[in-house]
Design a protein around this ligand. Structure first.
Ligand code: NAI
Ligand code: MG
Length: 499
């Protein structure tokens, strides 16, 4: 077991951990040769690549080295209008009339094609967004394919999803997605919309458009009728043009609570249906009877997974006082072993922070945590010279009122708080404007049920963390948004039910 090198403990409240592991992994980079993408992408409208009416393009870069990967079109309101018209036309003339079992075949085919190209998708996802190849390869892309498979299965079984009710599609869905799980979020949005008979205008995030462009290629090759899925790249203004378009029937958004609130205001008084999946500040609760070593792994997975760019990250850790010392020691040892670096290296645990802007946000919170006087530990790992990087970091003895315990940081930063009793920790865990996810670690089944019943969060993991499955619904309480994605519940936001 590595030992702390006391020389590295500074006088300030920042402690740099230093362990002598005595050995390290040889680099094992994934080859880029099996991934190809264009230098420039236009807009995918009505089954074709079309030049943007805006005449504008913007760069997407690799956050691990700041190199430009490609440029993509920036859709303006006229481009969005063109996409919505294509989606409306496809809806009225083709998609809503098509027998459900035929629709299912297309969705199934898209799933198969994603599987066949999984390696290429994974590499591009890691290059464009900075996440470790291990995650894009083993989690993002397979789970995206699984979402298409899962909803392909529902397409012709909606009468069983909603027994004794008629379900009618809504029309055109406008879908806006973030940069933390670009391909997976596209699948979460597109698959249930198609299965229920809607057509789509989707906007990927401005820092991670490339897998959406590859998905457009797959959709085109799948033979999906033209206009059923349209993909328009751009930033906030493009997103706002989708939200404000009068001929859109439903908005599905995943992103910041701030933009979620703007969207809610923009659609108030219209007939648009809305689902919002926003931020979170998940409480992960460890009781003294929990299996500590497993809990340490769960915490690591819960907060450092995907650089902490996870709305359901377990970034608020509540540890029962009697085991706090032991747990903190083990966590400090463990973060020191995490490998930070090249996202394409198969050994990498923590890749690049998605953008300069997000890195600035994380640094702002590190400063706030230090200024508020909390003890900060960070891994001693060295960081590459170019690109956006952040060492895995822990704050201990954090107060419930601390900003780092209340606000979403969206980076590899953990705030540790302690508690004594069940009632105390429930009160503290629920004392947040968010309510997306949570975790409980204990040896006792009855305690799990007792706690989960009282916690206000959409998803609660017990003795594990960050587990996803297409069959299981996901979504939040309070400022974490409303509506559910995934599972049977994920069909509901895309239909009107009647008797
Ligand atoms: P954001 O909410 O601005 O971006 C998400 C998506 O919304 C992007 O596609 C963006 O282009 C689009 N968008 C931006 N402004 C819009 C508008 N006015 N109307 C319609 N669409 C708009 O999030 P951002 O700025 O990238 O990240 C800020 C913070 O938000 C992060 O630090 C994190 O705390 C949180 N966040 C939460 C996510 C989640 O999964 N719940 C995902 C991304 C960010
Ligand atoms: Mg990028």
């Amino acid at each position: 077991m590595p030992v702390t090198n006391k020389k590295n403990i500074k006088k300030s409240n920042t402690i740099k951990l230093k362990f002598d592991t005595g050995w390290s992994y040889a680099p094992a980079p994934e080859s880029k040769s099996s991934a190809s993408f264009n230098k420039q992408y236009d807009l995918f409208i009505n089954g074709e690549w079309v030049n943007p009416l805006s005449h504008k393009y913007f760069d997407t870069i690799n956050p691990a080295n700041e190199e430009k990967l490609a440029e993509v079109a920036e859709a303006n309101a006229a481009d969005v209008d063109r996409a919505v018209k294509a989606a409306r036309n496809a809806y009225e003339k083709v998609w809503k009339k098509m027998p459900a079992k035929e629709r299912a075949k297309y969705i199934f085919r898209i799933a198969r094609m994603i599987q066949e190209r999984a390696r290429e998708f994974a590499i591009i996802e890691s290059m464009d967004g900075g996440k470790p190849i291990r995650e894009s390869r083993d989690f993002d892309i397979p789970t995206a394919a699984n979402h298409f498979f899962y909803y392909a299965g529902w397409a012709d079984k909606l009468e069983y999803a909603f027994p004794n009710r008629n379900s009618n599609s809504l029309g055109v869905a406008g879908q806006i997605i973030p940069w933390n799980f670009p391909m997976l979020m596209a699948a979460w949005k597109i698959a249930p919309a198609l299965a229920t008979g809607n057509t789509v205008v989707l906007k990927p995030a401005e820092t991670t458009p490339l897998t959406a462009m590859k998905l457009a290629e797959v959709i085109r090759e799948s033979g999906l009728p033209e206009g059923v899925v349209n993909i328009v790249s751009g930033g906030g203004a493009t997103g706002a043009a989708i939200v404000n378009h009068p001929d859109i029937n439903k908005i599905a958004f995943t992103g910041s609570t701030e933009v979620g609130k703007l969207i809610q205001r923009a659609v108030a008084g219209t007939n648009k249906k809305v689902t919002l999946e926003l931020g979170g500040k998940a409480a992960n609760i460890i009781f003294e009877d929990a299996p500590i070593d497993q809990a340490v792994e769960g915490v690591i997975n819960g907060v450092y997974f995907n650089q902490g760019h996870v709305c359901c990250a377990g970034s608020r850790l509540y540890v029962q006082e009697s085991v706090a010392k032991e747990l903190i020691r083990k966590l400090r040892d463990r973060i020191e072993t995490l490998i930070v670096g090249d996202p394409l290296d198969k050994n990498t645990d923590i890749g690049a922070i998605n953008s300069r802007q997000q890195l600035d946000t994380i640094h702002k919170y590190l400063k706030i945590g230090k200024d508020e006087g909390y003890q900060m530990y960070e891994s001693s790992c060295s960081l590459p010279a170019k690109g956006y990087w952040c060492r895995p970091t822990i704050f201990t003895d954090v107060a419930q009122s601390a900003r780092i315990a209340q606000e979403e940081i969206f980076g590899p930063v953990l705030a540790i708080l302690t508690f004594r009793t069940d009632d105390e920790v429930i009160q503290k865990a629920n004392n947040t404007p968010y309510g997306l996810s949570a975790g409980v670690w204990t040896d006792k089944g009855s305690k799990i049920f007792n706690m989960t019943k009282r916690m206000r969060a959409g998803v609660i993991w017990a003795n594990t963390f960050n587990k996803f499955d297409p069959t299981s619904p996901f979504g939040g309480y309070k400022e974490s948004g409303y509506g559910r994605e995934g599972g049977l519940h994920g069909l509901l936001p895309y239909v009107n039910l009647s008797n």
